[in-house]
Design a protein around this ligand. Structure first.
Ligand SMILES: Cc1cc2nc3c(=O)[nH]c(=O)nc-3n(C[C@H](O)[C@H](O)[C@H](O)COP(=O)(O)OP(=O)(O)OC[C@H]3O[C@@H](n4cnc5c(N)ncnc54)[C@H](O)[C@@H]3O)c2cc1C
Length: 512
């Protein structure tokens, strides 16, 4: 039996928050392992949200969440420019539909200022309809939030995890933590990992991991948010994010353009007990349609392309729950409920700050450049539109998924990337394949063949089955224990730059 891996820091959870923390720590001299229970990173809540890059204008002032969302907005904006994560600066418009909501708008403007955001502006009904002519009748006024933007949550998660791997982090996928004993993590498959410090960024599972450390301080309630996605033909109707005026019962239902050129309506907010209940429901569908009928009746004439649901990791307090226990060498990052996409990088910075009295978290001087991610944004040039790219490599001209215009070149690249997809859904998150109007009805067979051949167009059907260990790209299964390294007495790791860990991840390049 192989000896357990060892490292300075193990980060549990390969969502946006865990990937951001692993990336931050991967930029130090500490050996870091990112542990994900599912077969892929970004397969939990981080894949199914409304994908808005929030300014934090409506956060509760004075909370940790308000500080980290505001900071995360700037950090992720800069990071998106550096890596090619698509962002559209659409702006948002809160719309008041009754006198009570209208009366609440000035207070929201003041709240935004308390949160350090002073760009909101109150507007009358004429301006509301000038900005969104297709809104339903009865809008009384609005509040503009120029900085609110839409972003690709899939690319964000993947960029952070890829960057982490490029920086030397060992990524273990398909390793669900089931036991913790004095710095030793045991996975469901029986393997284990010894870590000096453990960071719990397990999202919906964060309270269970917390229990393994002997705590009983919070319970995660999965709060389901269902959404409807409308066809791209609806996109012109929704030039900005249309937000409801928040009430005591939540943020309410919004209508928003998506980064892939569609329109979404949602989310619902429903507390459940089942942490795996990501299915949509007939009740949610009718609720959203009735909301949509008031907000924008003509939207309901458009085709619904897809429905999906995400689970917010709600806890019984109105803030993030981030706390360090030096005696256990353990950090809890819990309750990252509805703003974690935006705040992820700031949470990582905050966690590094908490660790700094205990570990050397100073950035290394020799960091690799951030990865350049494939563009999934509809507003920016895609490979099928790029004549120069196609003439250099005709695979970018061979469209496989016609709804979303995804080419063989992009699918090939996804499999050659540092973190290749584990299954069809993972491929969809990396390329948009099968994400369109036909939902794979026309392209499914060809995409499946490319999955089977790991993106090699010339060898359909002759390769390993999807989802096997090699297709998961589990870095440890390639680099073995040496990729993680032994923990030195100073906390630095001698094999930190070892060829197996770094070369394996970065030499496969992937991102164009
Ligand atoms: C409907 C909805 C809309 C939202 N809209 C927005 C928005 O517009 N903007 C915004 O900023 N935020 C939004 N959010 C919030 C945002 O999506 C989350 O805050 C964020 O994705 C949380 O990331 P995470 O890494 O904490 O969790 P996750 O993405 O869930 O990652 C946690 C990971 O931990 C893994 N894990 C759990 N237990 C274990 C274990 N025992 N062993 C190993 N791994 C484990 C899971 O498999 C999972 O991959 C929304 C959320 C929802 C549900």
């Amino acid at each position: 039996m192989n000896p357990p891996l060892t490292c300075d820091v193990a980060v549990i959870g390969g969502g946006i928050v865990g990937a951001a923390i692993a990336r931050r720590l991967g930029g130090t001299s500490l050996s870091t392992v990112l542990v994900e229970g599912r077969d892929d990173v970004g397969d939990g809540t981080s894949k199914a949200n409304t994908a808005i890059l929030h300014t934090g204008f409506d956060a509760t002032p004075g909370t940790l969440e308000s500080t980290l969302v505001a900071r995360g907005y700037h950090l992720l904006s800069e990071y998106a420019s550096a890596t090619g994560i698509p962002v559209e600066r659409t702006s948002a418009l809160l719309v008041a539909w009754d006198d009570e909501q209208l009366a609440a708008l000035p207070g929201l403007c003041t709240k935004a200022e308390k949160n350090g955001y002073d760009e909101c502006e109150l507007v009358g009904p004429d301006e509301v309809y000038r900005r969104v002519p297709d809104l339903g009748p009865g809008a009384l006024g609005g509040l503009t939030v120029p900085g609110e933007s839409i972003i690709c949550t899939w690319t964000t998660n993947l960029a952070l995890a890829t960057d982490a791997v490029n920086r030397g982090v060992t990524l273990l996928r398909g390793r669900r933590v089931v036991a913790v004993d004095d710095g030793s993590l045991t996975f469901a498959d029986g393997s284990s990992l010894r870590a000096r410090w453990v960071i719990n960024a397990a999202g919906l599972g964060a309270d269970k991991i917390d229990n393994l450390f002997g705590y009983d301080r919070f319970t995660v309630t999965p709060r389901r948010g269902e959404l409807l996605v409308f066809d791209k033909l609806a996109r012109a109707k929704v030039p900005v994010i249309v937000l409801p005026v928040p009430s005591k019962v939540g943020k309410g239902v919004l209508v928003s353009p998506t980064i892939y050129g569609n329109v979404m309506l949602g989310p619902t907010a429903e507390d459940l007990t089942d942490r795996t209940a990501t299915g949509t429901s007939a009740a949610g569908f009718s609720f959203l349609r009735s909301k949509g009928a008031d907000l924008m009746p003509s939207l309901l004439q458009e085709e619904v392309t897809a429905t999906y649901a995400g689970l917010r990791a709600a806890i019984d307090r109105n803030d993030y729950l981030i706390s360090l226990d030096a005696s256990l060498r353990y950090v809890l990052v819990g309750g990252i409920r509805s703003t974690g996409l935006t705040a992820g990088m700031a949470i990582a910075e905050h966690v590094a700050g908490l660790l700094s009295p205990h570990l050397d978290v100073a950035p290394r001087p020799d960091l690799p450049a951030p990865p350049r991610m494939p563009n999934l944004g509809e507003a920016f040039t895609r490979p099928y539109q790029d004549a120069a790219l196609i003439s250099a490599d005709p695979e970018y001209g061979r469209v496989v998924c016609f709804c979303e215009r995804v080419t063989r070149g992009e699918i090939r690249d996804a499999y050659a990337s540092p973190i290749p997809p584990a299954d069809l859904d993972g491929l969809r998150r990396r390329t948009r394949a099968m994400n369109g109007r036909c939902q794979g009805f026309y392209c499914g067979a060809e995409v499946q063949a490319l999955v089977s051949s790991r993106g090699e167009a010339s060898s359909y059907g002759d390769a390993s089955s999807p989802g096997d260990a090699s297709s998961r790209g589990d870095v440890s299964s390639r680099g073995g224990a040496s990729s993680c390294g032994g923990v030195s007495s100073r906390g630095g790791v001698s094999s930190r730059g070892d060829a197996s860990s770094r070369g394996d991840a970065s030499s496969r390049g992937g991102a164009r």
